[in-house]
Design a protein around this ligand. Sequence first.
Ligand SMILES: [Zn+2]
Ligand SMILES: [Zn+2]
Length: 395
Amino acid sequence: MIDVLDLHLHSHFSIAASNRMTVDNILTFVKMKGITIIGTGDVLFNPWKLELEKNLEQEGNGFYLFDKIRFILSSEINLIFEKCDKLRKVHLVLTFPSIKSVEKSRNLLRKFGNLETSSRPNIFIGGRQLVSILKNVDDDIQIIPAHIFTPWFGILGSKSGFDAIEDCFEENTDKIFAVETGLSADPGMCYRINSLRNFTTISNSDAHSPDQIGREATIFKDIKSYEDLFSVIKNYTPERFLFTLEYFPEEGKYFADGHRKCNFSVLPDSTSHLNCSVCGKPLTYGVFHRLLELSGNSYKNTLSKIKYFHTIPLKGIISQVIHKSNKSLAVDREYKKAIDIFKNEINILLFAKESDLISSLPIEIAEGIISIRNEKVIKFPGFDGEYGKIILNYS
Ligand SMILES: [Zn+2]
Ligand SMILES: [Zn+2]
């Protein structure tokens, strides 16, 4: 059986998230997208934990079940500490094998930050200490650096990150084996950096609204338990860790360098801009810039051991081919028709046979999906918090 994992999302308690991120809505969209294992998000936040406990049943293997969908207890935290005279802010995704381990962790972490005010709590402690505390609670708690290259909060980000994962976790780095690519990067980009090759890259949606669930995901074969999942990630084997589903990195909000207010962006090169050409203020360096810095300016695309496929959400494809807004009823109607036929979105984007797409869907939609599979697109990179655009290109 194919398993599709998305570990990182946020509940309706999260400040920037949609109030539609309820357990019921998450479940509906998880099924429509074709996810089989989903993170709960925000599990360290008590009101959300209580809502989850009302609905989820322990499966006994580290997964929690709701209507046949497997949930993993997960949360993002914002780790804040000073190192080498610089204030570091690093987002980490944590996963827990049991409610008990969540409760024990809550009791210990509340000494280092307020867990009651935010569902992505600020925890004021160093990376090495955090790992020691959590691994002492339960060795199966996993710590995964989130969206590793984003300027703010990425562990390798330009604003408050480090130059290497080791600089954050020191002698506890061997307890960390996976990193999350984030929307503006893919496994191929991560693989250009020597020190990252020891880590397995996984991809998650970081969804703040139900429709974003599964926009990036990691695809496995026959996952039996929580422990089995992380063992497959840790000891990456292509037979069970099949591939990741990726945004085109250019579509992410931090691919190019730029200044959002002036709508100015530029891709870094040897004569790199330091300042905005319009107002003269310093640019926010994007993920690609950071990647060049960390890989010693190597433009060479090294082949990643991890397979990955770029795509855009199905509604985006339909919207482009029928020339109607993403949120229009017309797009929604075509989307639902396609889901009725092919069961879920990931099946349509990745697995369904081209001949079946052509025989079952309006021809222009089928051709749109096939064009995306063949990466026939024009890319307008995102920058400084602004999403990029991926436009279908048939010619
Ligand atoms: Zn984050
Ligand atoms: Zn400017």
